[in-house]
Design a protein around this ligand. Structure first.
Ligand code: PLP
Length: 433
């Protein structure tokens, strides 16, 4: 039996209808931006393996960091113990994160980074004697992960609908989705009026709100929606005015994806709590970070043990993951990675903007290392066109996973100009046909 047949006998895949799923790609090796299959194909990884890979697959420096750490210490309980990779990574993160975020809480992945952030915000107010401040305001089109708290905070969608009875209520404010403006306005002439909805909700409910939770600048799985940066600055100002915490979920946007190290920098914003994962370990190992300001951290310091942050996971601060994350941050410096993302952004703009003239194209959006084409017509994650397009790209050895009618290209930053041009040509050809 080949790998696919053995897989079918026992394995259940994420986001996959196992009845109708065509044969899986059996990947035997990754190198740079390419994935190599068991049957000899070489496929360009145009979605950075679910948005995690940034320096390319099987990078020699990251491989070495992982192997060196494995020889020293593979893992140890992180309650009552510490280790060099966790401490050093926290120090390095504090150097690069928006100023004021001095405290690093580790977990396992993006969803747990968000879960920890929500719990941290709610307990912050409880520890400060304001337990009634326990509500959350999130945005329409949000996606924050698949655990129950993260799903509650996400848009009500096909991803969450089966679990509605489990989810806690949140208030959802309008997002700046300019192509489908919730107010029917045009970006060229509007005054970011959509933020008024968030303001009204804060006006009515700030006394019962713990935090506003956002994906700054780029809402990912909810539609690859790129924000005007004024909206981000506006959210921070409103949170300050109404005394509510701001949680920035940068699980997708962190580590250069939007062209800045963190998307919050587009609005010169420091959130009270910042969620990181995905590219944190450059696509090597699962690791989550929930970073907080000193003010948040200090609200948990008490001789009353009930005020402790009771949250943790078996693999919290896994040393292998931390060691790779440190090496990845070094690569940012050594290889001027952010400048590379800037060039990639220009390339994406140059290649995708002309597609606006195709009758099937509704909108084109580019930010940093993400290029998005929203197709006019049938919309939504389950729109059949997404599956058909994904198959057409794959026939051309380009791995993309359109979100229904939203086609996006999000390669590792290590992609060369020639590889980018090739991929953009495939996208143009397929959409044209
Ligand atoms: C913004 C955002 N938050 C959280 C998550 C959840 O991360 P994970 O899949 O690692 O649980 C994702 C995943 O796509 C994401 O895009």
């Amino acid at each position: 039996m080949n790998l696919n047949q053995r897989d079918r006998a026992h394995v259940w895949h994420p986001y996959t209808q196992m009845l109708t799923q065509p044969p899986l790609l059996s990947i035997v090796r990754g190198q740079g931006v390419y994935l190599y299959t068991e049957d000899g194909r070489k496929i360009l990884d145009g979605i950075s393996s679910w948005w995690v890979n940034i320096h390319g697959h099987s990078h020699p420096k990251l491989n070495a960091a992982l192997a060196d750490q494995a020889r020293e210490l593979e893992h140890v309980i992180f309650a009552g113990c510490t280790h060099r990779p966790a401490v050093e990574l926290a120090e390095r993160l504090v150097e690069v994160m928006p100023p004021g975020l001095n405290r690093v809480f580790y977990s396992d992945n993006g969803s747990t980074a968000v879960e920890a952030a929500i719990k941290m915000a709610v307990q912050y107010w409880r520890n400060r004697g304001e337990p009634q401040r326990n509500g959350l305001i999130t945005l329409h089109h949000a996606y924050h992960g698949d655990t129950v708290g993260a799903m509650s905070a996400s848009e009500d969608s096909v991803f969450t609908r089966a679990f509605t009875p489990l989810l806690f209520p949140v208030a959802r404010a309008q997002a700046p989705y300019c192509y489908q403006c919730p107010l029917g306005l045009k970006r060229a002439t509007c005054g970011i009026d959509c933020i008024g909805d968030l303001e009204r909700r804060l006006e009515e409910n700030s006394e019962r709100t713990a935090a506003v939770l956002i994906e700054p600048m780029l809402q990912g799985a909810g539609g690859m929606i790129v924000w005007p940066s004024e909206f981000l600055g506006g959210v921070r100002r409103l949170c300050d005015r109404y005394g509510v915490l701001l949680i920035a979920d940068e699980v997708l946007t962190g580590f250069g994806r939007t062209g800045r190290m963190f998307a919050c920098e587009h609005g010169q914003v420091t959130p009270d709590i910042l969620c990181l994962s995905k590219a944190l370990t450059a696509g090597y190992l699962p690791l989550g970070v929930t970073a907080a300001t000193d003010a948040i951290y200090e609200a948990f310091l008490s001789t009353d043990r009930g005020q402790t942050f009771f949250h943790g996971h078996s693999y919290t601060a896994n040393p292998l993951a931390c060691a790779v994350a440190i090496a990845s941050l070094e690569l940012f410096r050594e290889n001027q990675v952010l400048a590379r993302v800037g060039r990639l952004e220009q390339h994406l703009r140059g290649g995708l903007e002309p597609l606006r003239s195709l009758p099937c194209v509704g909108d084109v959006r580019v930010i940093g290392g993400v290029g998005v084409v929203e197709l006019a017509g049938d919309s939504g994650y389950l729109a059949d066109i997404g599956t058909r397009l994904g198959a057409a790209f794959l026939e051309r050895d380009l791995l993309l996973r359109p979100l229904g009618n939203i086609v996006y290209f999000m390669p590792p930053y290590a992609i060369t100009d020639a590889e980018t041009e090739w991929a953009l040509a495939q996208i143009g050809d397929v959409l044209d046909s």
